[in-house]
Ligand binder design. Sequence first.
Ligand SMILES: [Zn+2]
Length: 477
Amino acid sequence: MFDTLIRKARIIDGSGAPAYLADIGIKDGVIVAIADALDDQATDVIDAKGLWLAPGFIDVHTHDDLNVIHNPHMLEKISQGVTTVIVGNCGISASPAVLAGDPPDPLNLLGDQAAFCYPRFSQYAEAVAQASPSVNVGALVGHTAIRNNHMDDLQRSATTTELEAMCSDLRGALKDGALGMSSGLAYGSAKQSSTDEVIALVKELGAAEAVYTTHLRTEFDGIVEAMNEAFLTARSGKVPLVISHLKCAGKGNWGRSGELLQHLEQAALSQHVACDCYPYAASSSTLDLAQVTDETAIFITWSEPHGEQAERYLADIANDWKVSLMDAARRLMPAGAVYYCMSEDDVENIVSYPKSMIGSDGLPNDPHPHPRLWGAFPRVLGHYCREKGALSLPMAVHKMTGLSAGEFRLHNRGLIREGYCADLVLFDAERVIDSATFIKPRQAAEGIEKVWVNGVLSYQPGATQTGRAGQFLYRQS
Ligand SMILES: [Zn+2]
């Protein structure tokens, strides 16, 4: 007797292998049977004829650290078929963190000072478990967060004493189950950290068999040198590397995706490297003066001193104020922005590259978020896969599931196999598409029919209630 029996779905198992027709039996949150035809009884029997069943999508690049606690339904993710989020990316993490004042940029993407109330990683993990979000949560420790714990000035490299204290924070978090560490070296609050500072921390990861993810020191002209720094750092710590949201940013950089992917392939001959990406030609983060340009459009999503200018283009604001773009940006800060800084061809190249995982990089606290928050995964399946034919469906699913679970070392997830956790998404490959747009970003995707997390039905379109069966995923060796 199963809890759930899913009949006659086309199974895309997450390994990259072609789809096959089968029945799937779920019991106590686990896939217990896969066969041509199962005739066992079940509490729930789902007729999945004509639909596709995949492992639940793993959003490897999120800033959902506090959202999974404060907004545990996680509708923006579960409605995409996402069943696991990795939080703590780009050097930004909710724990272990102690803030003496307002969070420095970009930690402010997560919330205000009061929101940072987890000095120890174990407290954060317990808070997530208590909140019981609808998705599983794995967490990285943010390099900038632990810098901020011990440094009175982030515009320099850490001293030996500070670095030892940061290493101690990291060791504690790793012992308590953190998956690894992320850095955000392009941000002002980490830019002055030396490569040696980061290497010292990454060596702690090596000892714990954890991963290192990095928002490169630059994604603009100097990106190859920034990739080289990341390769060296990961090699020094003997850890697998994930380059975050790989992109060719800035008009001068357009057309270089082939060169960057070639460079990644070259490095992959001698060390373990991967990357993640989101399927859009615009980026989004806090407003950064270093990225202010008149070459491509910049859309302001929020501004602390000038909330009335939100949802307007920076160029229009500057025009109204009769000041330069740079002066307008200075007046708006702290603020959030969408930067139309990439070319479609580069995005398609990187999205379809076999070693790139899909991650949304969605910003849940942004009052006018980049549409990737609600649309990244269905957009890959609908737009890049079905409409553009840039990659096959099994490969696209692999880059959201099996590949991701492997890179982040999530045990018994990311594949449809007997004995694996029953994180599953039932979707219509002929209809699936993102609905969220830059104008109307908060829209659930089309074609995601049912989502199970640890065997619990957690989403179906139109249903008001979602299941809340997500678990905290501790690092396992
Ligand atoms: Zn980033």
